[in-house]
Design a protein around this ligand. Sequence first.
Ligand code: FES
Length: 159
Amino acid sequence: MSEFEPKIVAFVCNWCTYAGADLTGTSRIKYASNVKIVRFPCTGRIDFMLLLKAFAEGADGIIVSGCHPNDCHYTSGNFHARRRWVIFRGLLNFMGIDVNRIQFSWVSAAEGAKWADVVNGTVTAVRELGPYTQYRKAADYLAQQDQSIIDGQEAMIIK
Ligand code: FES
């Protein structure tokens, strides 16, 4: 039987982590290919509900990464992201989502090797946790419920 290959989505800022990931490639550092990168201007622009959306669409693990504290190109975007992350962790606990499926890190444009370590570490950790289907199933169920409510309302309007 083949080993489970987790799907990882990385939400990164343009100025530091995206450039760091680019450096990983140009430095020819090998790392797990399981990660799909979504680039934002700044981690402060990342709506954490997108993380839930990624789980609903099939992600098994998530990375959020940006500039180191005091290096944000917009001064304080990464501090806002870090504060939001603390609140979001509480929400994840409440929802029963294992926070170990999400890695929050700082990777600068000069840290290509660190980016490889973050990705490889996340892939290994999520591989041990196994596939994540519970949230996807719950999201599908809620979408069906929403659709049946909409269908019911349309039927009442037509009558
Ligand atoms: Fe990188 Fe703000 S620009 S975290």
